[in-house]
Design a protein around this ligand. Sequence first.
Ligand code: PRP
Ligand code: URA
Length: 209
Amino acid sequence: MSAKVSVCDHPLVQADLARLRDKGTSHEQFRAALANASAIMGVEALAGLATRPVTVHTPLKAAQAKVVDQPVVFVAILRAGLGMLPGLLQLVPEALIGHIGLYRNEETLNPVRYYVRLPKDLDKSFVLLLDPMLATGGSAVEAIRILKTDGASRITLLSLLAARAGVRRIQREHPDVRIVTAAIDPTLNQHGYIVPGLGDAGDRLFGTL
Ligand code: PRP
Ligand code: URA
């Protein structure tokens, strides 16, 4: 895999992934594990944020420090990307939030767009695109295309679980986009589900099974 893919092997993320994969996990537990894993992975995904030097005054002396110097935008692919926001907003409460509504056509597996609402100034922002599942890659490719059309140039895709085929597709169609994931599974089944995967992330998150 290219250098642009980071697989987050943190024990706490892997423990959350085990819970998320487990078919016995309730939707309440699923939400908590997804939010927690997203926060930990978010720390890694946001490591390239621009900073600027500042001087702060401790009770003892002036000290050199750094502060974040770039707007942060979280863009959730609906529906399942919404489940990643609670954890990430703990890291960056002031982040702006965009929504891209896509669902997969069950026969063609192509994404169908139904809603887009994005913050301004994406060209100056560090954009984290959120979707727990990267399967064929069709939804992420379409969301990245929408973001780039709106000016985004620095995009990281945060996906809890990726299929090898989806990773390859992003690398082929958007080689500038970094991917942060917790695992890369080998295959997709004939319905486009990641195998072994975790099932339908949106349905498990929202209890719509
Ligand atoms: C799921 C998932 C991704 C997409 C991944 O969404 O949350 O957005 O499938 O598949 P792909 O890589 O093959 O495009 P789904 O279309 O089921 O919509 P939902 O989140 O509203 O359930
Ligand atoms: N979407 C999901 O929710 N799960 C998959 O395995 C593939 C796409």
